[in-house]
Design a protein around this ligand. Structure first.
Ligand code: SF4
Length: 393
């Protein structure tokens, strides 16, 4: 597919330094609720995939767009990046850190699943420059882990967190999910209490989404699985917020909590609708309004990159209004909301002027708070954020 080269993109005013993302689309097995691009691959993931990522990195890194910028973050996500051997993954990270210019205190994150890490592997990643680890715990209950088809156990999650601390990770995120089949408030409280006992710097607490086409969606349709009802979900959400606030975590995004100063910088760039380069199968890049999406099949991805061809299957140049709407919607996920001065500087538009009565109605219903400096979701809007944001698409 023919796309404009990144060199042709003009930087948009007001954008911060970009982030770099690498997608590793392999896991030990497929979880029942998963709609991410990931493929089960035992006994080992393909080595040539990492070579293809490195090759694509070298092509993009040579472009004028990248050469003119310093990157603030690197995030290796998946899938399960730690399905690779420590030295394989560390090799790719060293290569990326050498090819791209990064700010001196760049945030370098790797996502890990509990049954794919050892202290040695994590020490290899730490030595390669990784300074933040994000562990996909999801729950500390073996019953609930098994209900959603996770391949790890509570004991493995506990061991992974201990190994991360022992390997020197001082910036640790734990991912948890609420709204699991059969989950009670007491279950969630127990998982949060165990998580908080480890004093992670960051906690992500996602609501379980039933994605069409997943085994979980079929189980729900056929009545084989019961999910917590709306009242139970609202109670879990509010009690979780209370428990985490009491433990010193600030909710700064709908699903994300951090100790002060430990917010995830890579994701903040997404929520500010900044630019980012995505490498790997199914990865998305957004280069000052040019959105590129790579082919999802990792074998095809490696073939295209091997032939020196761009691996993109979609390319879209977003107009000013589309970028403005996206920036509003992404920014409203943050509890601080969107800065009106920043919106005006980047797009020459204001929410009131652009959305007119739609915004006025949301303000009147108490769902949006609009003042001279910012627009944000009210506390009452947080549990129904998806519906509110849908009105501003
Ligand atoms: S570990 Fe994550 S990416 Fe992999 S199958 Fe499970 S939910 Fe999907």
């Amino acid at each position: 597919m023919s796309v404009p080269p990144p060199d042709a993109i003009t930087p948009e005013s007001g954008e911060g330094p970009p982030g770099l993302y690498v997608h590793i689309p392999f896991c030990r097995s497929k979880c029942g609720y998963c709609a991410f691009t990931s493929y089960p691959c035992l006994p080992a993931p393909p080595a040539d995939y990492l070579a293809a990522c490195a090759q694509e990195a070298s092509r993009i890194a040579a472009s004028d767009w990248v050469q003119a910028r310093q990157f603030a973050t690197l995030f290796i996500g998946g899938g399960t990046p730690t399905i690779y051997a420590g030295e394989q993954l560390a090799g790719l990270i060293r290569e990326l850190l050498a090819r791209f210019a990064f700010v001196p205190d760049a945030e370098i994150t790797v996502e890990a699943n509990p049954n794919t890490v050892t202290r040695e592997k994590l020490a290899q990643l730490r030595a390669a420059g990784v300074n933040r680890l994000s562990v996909g715990v999801q729950s500390f209950s073996d019953r609930l882990l098994s209900a959603i088809g996770r391949s790890h156990t509570q004991a493995e999650a506990l061991a992974a967190i201990q190994a991360a601390r022992a390997a020197g990770f001082e910036n640790l995120n734990l991912d948890l999910i609420y709204g699991l089949p059969g989950q009670t408030l007491a279950d969630l409280r127990e998982s949060l209490t165990i998580a908080v006992d480890f004093s992670p710097e960051h906690l992500a607490l996602y609501e379980l989404m039933v994605e069409p086409g997943t085994p979980l969606a079929r189980e729900v349709e056929e009545g084989r699985v019961t999910l917590p009802d709306d009242d139970a979900m609202a109670e879990m959400e509010s009690k979780a917020q209370e428990l985490l606030a009491g433990a010193g975590y600030q909710r700064y995004e709908i699903a994300n909590f951090a100790r002060p100063g430990c917010e995830c910088r890579h994701n903040l760039n997404y929520w500010h609708n900044g630019s980012y380069v995505g490498l790997g199968a199914a990865a998305v890049s957004c280069l000052s309004g040019l959105r590129l999406k790579s082919v999802a099949d990792p074998t095809r991805y490696a073939e295209l990159v091997g032939k020196g061809e761009p691996p993109y299957v979609e390319a879209e140049s977003l107009g000013l209004h589309a970028r403005f709407r996206e920036t509003v919607i992404m920014g409203l996920r943050l509890l601080e909301g969107v800065s009106l001065a920043e919106l005006e500087a980047r797009f020459g538009l204001t929410p009131r002027g652009y959305y007119g009565t739609t915004v006025e109605r949301l303000v009147e219903r108490g769902l949006l708070i609009l003042n001279d400096d910012s627009m944000r979701l009210s506390e009452q809007a947080l549990p129904v954020a998806h519906q509110v944001l849908a009105e501003l698409v």
